[in-house]
Design a protein around this ligand. Structure first.
Ligand SMILES: O=C[C@H](O)COP(=O)(O)O
Length: 329
C-alpha cells in the first residue's frame, strides 16, 4: 500500500530548533494578556468534527504523530528492564511488516521520557539511535522540593545524558500573580539545563483560568523555555483542546514578537489515534506546517502509540472501523 502524500516523510532529523534565548520580562505585556474564554471553548468544540485530515492521508498523519511522541513511562515501579523495552519500542514503534506495507521504514518516536533515575538506562538502550532522552526533573510532578535540589536534579539529569529536561513550574507563582518569581525560576532552570533543551510544564489543570494559562505561557517563553507543555499527566485535568488553543496562540504571538519558535507538548490522557489527529489539525491550522515536526511538537503519552499501531493495521489491511469512517473520513 502506498501512502499518497507529501507528508509521508516521517523520519525527520531529531535536532531541535535553536534554543529560545528569551527576552526581558515585560510585566505590562503580561498584565495585558486577555482570553475570551467562551470564544475559545466554542472554537475548541468544533475541532473534533473538522475534516482537515482526509481519509487517504490518515496513515501518513498517524506516522507523523508517532514521530512526535515522547514515549513516556513515569511510574513508581519503573525499572531498567521496563525502560529498555520502552526504548526498543521507541526505535521500532510499529511492526516491521506493517511499516513495509505502509512504506514508512525508518520511523521512530520523537523521544523517550523518563524520571531522572531512568536516564542512564534509557541512554544505554537508545545508543546510536539518535532518539533523545527527556527527563522530568525539578521534583516532578508537584515541583515542591527545595529550589536548590530542583536545580541539582536538572544538573544531574544532564550529566547522566538527558538531551531534554521537562521542568515543572511552581503553580503558586501563577496563582498569586507573582510573574517575576515565575520568570526568575524559569530562567534559573533554563541556565541549569546548559545545552539541553527545556520544556516548561505548566500543569494547566491547576492554574485556575485560561488567562493564567496564557500569562504563564508568555512568562515561561520570555524566560527561555524551548517548549511549553500542558501537564505532568498526574493532575486531575490534563491536556484539553481549549488549553491547547490558548497555548498555541501564545506561541504564535511570541514568535511574531521575537522571531523565536517555541514548541508545544500536550501531555496526559491522550491515548486515542483520533485525538492525536485533532491535535495535529489544530497545530496545522493555528501555527502552520513548520510546527508539525518533532523539533517543535511532541505528544507526551504513554499509551497513544498502541492505539495508533492498531489503526495503522486497519489502514494496511484496508479494514476501517466504524469509528474511523464516522467523522474523520
Ligand atoms: O508527559 C507525559 C504524561 O505523563 C503521559 O501521560 P499519559 O500516561 O496519560 O499518557
Amino acid at each position: 500500500m502506498t501512502i499518497r502524500t507529501e507528508t509521508a516523510q516521517t523520519h525527520l532529523p531529531q535536532t531541535l530548533e535553536p534554543r529560545n534565548a528569551g527576552v526581558p520580562l515585560d510585566l505590562d505585556q503580561v498584565a495585558g494578556v486577555a482570553v475570551n474564554t467562551s470564544a475559545v471553548e466554542r472554537r475548541a468544540g468544533t475541532l473534533p468534527g473538522r475534516r482537515t485530515v482526509k481519509k487517504e492521508f490518515q496513515a501518513a498523519w498517524l506516522c507523523r504523530a508517532i514521530s512526535c511522541i515522547d514515549l513516556t513511562t513515569l511510574s513508581g515501579d519503573d525499572t531498567a528492564g521496563r525502560v529498555a523495552r520502552l526504548c526498543a519500542k521507541a526505535r521500532q514503534p510499529v511492526r516491521a511488516d506493517l511499516l513495509e506495507a505502509l512504506e514508512m521504514e525508518g520511523l521512530t518516536v520523537g523521544a523517550v521520557c523518563v524520571y531522572h533515575d531512568m536516564v542512564a538506562p534509557a541512554r544505554r538502550a537508545l545508543e546510536g539511535s539518535g532518539i533523545p532522552v527527556a527527563a522530568v526533573s525539578t521534583g516532578f510532578p508537584a515541583g515542591l522540593s527545595p529550589f536548590h535540589l530542583r536545580l541539582a536534579e536538572i544538573e544531574a539529569s544532564v550529566a547522566q545524558g538527558a538531551d531534554e529536561i521537562d521542568i515543572v513550574i511552581s503553580r503558586r507563582h501563577v496563582l498569586t500573580g507573582d510573574w517575576q518569581a515565575l520568570y526568575d525560576e524559569m530562567r534559573a532552570f533554563r541556565a541549569a539545563c546548559g545545552a539541553a533543551h527545556v520544556k516548561a510544564i505548566l500543569a494547566t489543570g491547576e492554574l485556575g483560568s485560561l488567562r493564567n494559562v496564557a500569562r504563564a505561557s508568555l512568562v515561561c517563553m520570555m524566560a527561555g523555555a524551548d517548549f511549553i507543555k500542558t501537564s505532568t499527566g498526574k493532575e486531575s485535568v490534563n491536556a484539553t483542546l481549549p488549553v491547547t488553543l490558548v497555548m498555541l496562540r501564545a506561541i504564535r504571538a511570541y514568535h511574531a514578537a521575537t522571531g523565536y519558535r517555541v514548541g508545544y507538548k500536550p501531555a496526559g490522557g491522550i491515548s486515542k489515534a483520533k485525538d492525536a489527529l485533532v491535535y495535529l489539525s489544530m497545530i496545522k491550522e493555528e501555527l502552520g506546517d513548520r510546527w508539525l515536526r518533532p523539533d517543535l511538537f511532541r505528544f507526551g503519552a504513554s499509551s497513544l502509540l498502541a492505539d495508533i499501531e492498531r489503526q495503522l493495521e486497519h489502514h494496511a489491511t484496508g479494514r476501517y472501523s466504524a469509528g474511523w469512517r464516522h467523522g474523520l473520513g
